[in-house]
Write a protein that binds this ligand. Structure first.
Ligand SMILES: Nc1nc2c(c(=O)[nH]1)N[C@H]1C(S)=C(S)[C@@H](COP(=O)(O)OP(=O)(O)OC[C@H]3O[C@@H](n4cnc5c(N)ncnc54)[C@H](O)[C@@H]3O)O[C@H]1N2
Ligand code: MOO
Ligand SMILES: [Mg+2]
Length: 421
């Protein structure tokens, strides 16, 4: 039987996958383990920052009015009556003509409304004690950090669906969020199909290739900040493949296969879908490479069938599996970041369907440039070495010359897009 394959538009494939990629349950983790995890609920500021009026400098807290007569060759002298920010902390109310030594971050003592930096206040001995000499008027509020000037109480700090990065983690720690609720990571099972695959440690035999895709996919899952499980390889025995996928289903949320998805004699994946009773969502997409990327659903779990050809497998993962994982993680922006760049080299090939060329983005003089990162064949692995992006060339275009503005998808970006387009 010849398998009928009707190519569907990329957007439709994305929609079909989105319908099957519901957000997973949540779990509570320690803040120190939260880097790269996705926040499961909105978090608010439980108090203002700063929570007290404080000095941003080492210096002297003073009543500014005491300096009004300083300037034009005239100094004023304020008596140092204590120090804040030390063990024997001074706790009084500063009067006119007085100053209290403060450290960066110290609370401003009562009676003070400004701070003069150490460098601008010369300490002098005078009858009755130590004084600071001030040569210019200091205005009210000068060098004072006001309550809530950084973050207001009850302000929304971080939206649910945000990927936690060091800056966000710092903000959450500021409010004492020791435990936080995040979406659990989807468990991705990886299976390589193919008769001619050898393990990495085996000496290479004629007609065989090493199973590089499994390692690529593990790393791609990591880049999506989720965990993958290597279920090894399946050869050309149909039952073996069916059993392996069945048992992997019990331990995973999504199974990604690579290889065996096309129309060759040993391409068993379509038969495996059929034998398993999986509902096929699509088995061809109008794009290159990765046109035979397929997806099916069984026991409410997604099977994503990627090409065996390394570059097509890579592209299929980034365009589809990546978004599936991010949707399951409840990410606000599950789609790959798209921007525009100036093509640095000619790309003369026409594109009858949308083409994703492995690209290398670089930045120069405030502009974004992109060039193909190597030979553009889906069975080639070399173009992946330097690829950090895909150049998107729309269907029906006849090739591009250097200098043209093209769309690019940024693979290393963690922020993402809310929409596919
Ligand atoms: N008559 C047709 N032939 C092919 C078509 C077609 O439409 N009609 N589609 C081509 C396209 S496009 C692609 S892409 C490939 C897809 O092939 P499969 O997904 O069936 O993959 P395999 O046949 O198993 O292997 C293809 C190729 O990739 C190498 N490979 C496979 N697995 C791995 C792995 N884990 N690590 C590294 N390399 C792997 C394998 O050695 C083969 O060279 O089909 C075209 N053919
Ligand atoms: O469309 Mo196949 O998946 O390269 O190159
Ligand atoms: Mg094949």
């Amino acid at each position: 039987m010849v398998l009928v394959r009707k190519p569907i538009p990329i957007e439709e494939a994305i929609q079909k996958l989105a319908a099957e990629s519901k957000q997973l349950s949540t779990e509570t983790i320690y803040l120190e383990d939260s880097f790269g995890r996705v926040l499961a609920n909105d978090l608010y500021a439980s108090h203002p920052i700063p929570s007290y009026t404080r000095s941003p400098y080492d210096g002297y807290a003073i009543p500014s009015i005491s300096t009004s007569k300083a300037g034009k060759g005239h100094s004023v002298f304020l008596k140092i009556v204590g120090t804040v920010g030390m063990e024997n902390e001074w706790r009084g109310t500063i009067k006119e003509g007085q100053a209290v030594k403060v450290m960066t971050g110290s609370p401003l003592p009562n009676g003070a409304d400004s701070v003069i930096m150490t460098e601008l206040a010369k300490v002098v001995e005078r009858p009755g004690g130590k004084y600071i000499e001030i040569r210019r008027p200091v205005s009210k509020g000068e060098n004072v950090s006001q309550i809530g000037e950084d973050i207001k109480e009850n302000q929304l700090l971080v939206k649910k669906g945000t990927v936690l990065n060091p800056g966000i983690i710092a903000s959450l720690a500021t409010f004492g969020y020791k435990n936080i609720s995040v979406t659990r990571k989807p468990k991705i099972g990886i299976i390589a199909a193919g008769n001619n695959l050898s393990n990495l440690e085996e000496p290479l035999q004629f007609g065989k290739v090493r199973n590089s895709n499994t390692y690529m996919l593990i790393a791609q899952c990591k880049r999506c900040r989720t965990d993958s499980y290597n279920f090894g390889q399946i050869g050309n025995q149909l039952n073996n493949g069916i059993d392996k996928i069945r048992s992997a289903l019990n331990e995973t949320d999504v199974i990604i296969t690579t290889g065996g998805i096309s129309v060759g004699d040993d391409d068993d994946m379509p038969k495996i879908y059929e034998e398993l009773g999986a509902k096929v969502l699509f088995n061809k997409i109008a794009m290159r490479p990765g046109s035979i990327t397929s997806a099916a659903v069984i026991q409410n779990k997604l099977l994503i069938g990627l090409s065996g050809n390394p570059a097509a497998c890579y592209v299929g993962f980034e365009l589809f599996a990546r978004s599936v994982i991010k949707m399951m993680l409840g990410q606000l922006k599950p789609f790959i970041k798209r921007t525009q760049a100036i093509l640095h080299k000619d790309f003369p090939k026409p594109s009858p369907v949308t083409r994703f060329v492995r690209g290398k983005v670089s930045f120069c003089d405030g502009k974004i440039y992109v060039e193909p990162s190597g030979k553009d064949k889906s069975n080639m692995v070399s173009s992946l070495l330097e690829s950090n992006s895909f150049i998107v060339l729309p269907a029906g275009t006849k090739g591009y010359s250097a200098g043209s503005l093209v769309d690019v998808l940024l693979l290393e970006d963690e922020d993402g897009n809310e929409q596919w387009l």
